[in-house]
Design a protein around this ligand. Sequence first.
Ligand SMILES: Nc1ncnc2c1ncn2[C@@H]1O[C@H](COP(=O)(O)OP(=O)(O)O)[C@@H](O)[C@H]1O
Ligand SMILES: N[C@@H](CCC(=O)OP(=O)(O)O)C(=O)O
Length: 371
Amino acid sequence: MTDTIVVKIGSSSLTSEEGGINRERIAFFAHELAALHEAGYQVLLVTSGAIAAGFKKIGYQTRPKLVHEKQAAAAVGQALLMQAYQEAFASYGSQGGVGVAQILLTRADFSNRKRISNALMTIEELLHRRMLPIVNENDTVATEELKFSENDTLSALVANLVKAKRLVILTDMDGLYTEDPRKNPNAVRIDRVEQISDDILRIAGGAGSSVGTGGMRSKIEAARIAMRGGVPVFIGRVFEPGDLKLAVSGIGKGTYFDTSLHNLPMKKQWLGFHSMPQGRIFVDEGAERALLDGGKSLLPAGIRTIEGDFHPGDVVEVFNQQQQSLGRGVVNYAAWQVQAVAGLSTEEVRRRVEVARIEVIHRDEWVTLRA
Ligand SMILES: Nc1ncnc2c1ncn2[C@@H]1O[C@H](COP(=O)(O)OP(=O)(O)O)[C@@H](O)[C@H]1O
Ligand SMILES: N[C@@H](CCC(=O)OP(=O)(O)O)C(=O)O
């Protein structure tokens, strides 16, 4: 079955603070999405930006606050937004680009079985015909939603509806930080979240920029909805060509909310969630790739340094050179033995130490903690 990716782009990434569409950014995102489509994925875009795109044209100085004004601005802006996407997608590649379709939904539609099954059938037919559906809220009728005015929840509902492989929520920040980086520049990014606890919701704070409205909080709440539906989520930034593909493949600039660990066999769940690592092993790029992408075992050749005093059978945590945790595994070596053979070839290792298995961590005893 073809994998489906739902990408949500917020107002702050598409429009300027003063209002109006940022055509350069739309062209950039359209080409990123088209590249994903061309790579064989089924791609759906959930886009905001109608109000932000339309309010100036209708004569408001700043983003309107009253519901009927927002609705009027969105009615003007939605057409401008779609026109900008049409043009941008059509200009992709040399084959006449990628065809797009407009879908307008309200959250209430999701609680009406008939309406939502109609929406799903439409979307499936569009994807089958290799069109790229572009979804926004139907702001003309969605008064309740407009008060909260954010598309994050909508994107999670859409991702669950189409059983997406991943929901990618793009914004102007490269992920969830320990605090709002606009307020505290020393805040640190959280690379991975396995469970959306109250602490995580607390650090997400309130609403964000002046053109966007949901802030980080609504993105985290959306991530929770998607994760409950079994869809892993990425929240982050796509800024340079190729960034979207990286985000989809698990190495993007942002925070991953992953449900995959919940589907692991009991033994690996224990390894990932509950074990107490006795040491840390730092590996080079080759070993990182072998562990994350290749499903391979960890050999001494890829090890740079270690910390802690562990023994065969203990659990250790493995890090890359950027100090990011890659996962955990059961070691077959004592700390002193790893120290003695780090960076050496298998042949050399056999000459220097006597161990039960040549792999420092066998792949069957390994669990990846990065997406
Ligand atoms: N803990 C946090 N980590 C990252 N960003 C945060 C955090 N708390 C609040 N924010 C704010 O959330 C904003 C993104 O939300 P928003 O402006 O609504 O974006 P969008 O229009 O893309 O949906 C960021 O610009 C940032 O200032
Ligand atoms: N549906 C409306 C509002 C969406 C909105 O501002 O959402 P977001 O930028 O995701 O917080 C629009 O397109 O302007």
